[in-house]
Design a protein around this ligand. Structure first.
Ligand SMILES: [Zn+2]
Length: 190
């Protein structure tokens, strides 16, 4: 059995506990550190005050393609690739930093106070990075707003329009209804 450096182990414990506090599942910790399952489960209980949830990780690529998740995932992945490419933070460290920035940005619209679960969980963010690394996803540039959005790998880039520029009919209808109501109210009050 290889002798593990104490400093290296301490570093991995710090890394794992940061990931747990951001919401990482046990499978993520196992993939990102060399700590044993028992140590990770113990650490999880210490940080979270409850046992780690059992069961499979959400494995679908399709989730990232649905409307609102796609916007959140694209926001996160743009932050992640910037940090990964332009700062000394790599891999799990880049993921943690990017996820903190994502939480700030995603909560910003609601006055920065958001007690509900973030739409993109830490574990999903980790899956997203894995999907990019395994070549299942790509960033496509929207031809209207020029932003980069998560898309299936090998989808044609030409003519791509993002989820913000082309919201689904239901979201568009809600907005149209609201606009019409506002217009009607204005007519009434005049
Ligand atoms: Zn767009």
């Amino acid at each position: 059995m290889a002798i593990k450096s104490v400093a290296k182990e301490a570093e991995e414990i710090m890394l794992a506990s940061q990931m747990v506090s951001l919401g990482a599942r046990l499978q993520v910790l196992q993939a990102e550190t060399s700590l044993s399952y028992d140590r990770l489960a113990k650490l999880y209980r210490e940080v979270k005050g409850c046992s780690p949830p059992k069961g499979m990780l959400p494995f679908s690529v399709d989730w990232f393609m649905t409307w609102l998740p796609n916007i959140h995932s694209s926001l996160f992945y743009n932050i992640y690739s910037y940090i990964h490419e332009h700062t000394p933070s790599k891999n799990a460290y880049a993921l943690i930093e990017a996820y903190k920035v994502y939480l700030e940005q995603a909560g910003a619209g609601r006055g920065g106070v958001d007690t509900s679960e973030p739409l993109l969980s830490f574990t999903r963010a980790w899956m997203l990075v894995r999907f990019f690394e395994s070549g299942l996803l790509q960033l496509s540039q929207c031809e209207r707003c020029t932003g980069h959005f998560v898309a299936h790998a090998h989808d044609p880039q030409k003519g791509f329009v993002c989820a913000i520029c082309r919201p689904p009919p239901r979201a568009g209808k809600t907005r149209a209804n609201r606009a019409r109501r506002t217009a009607e109210e204005q007519v009434v009050t005049v």
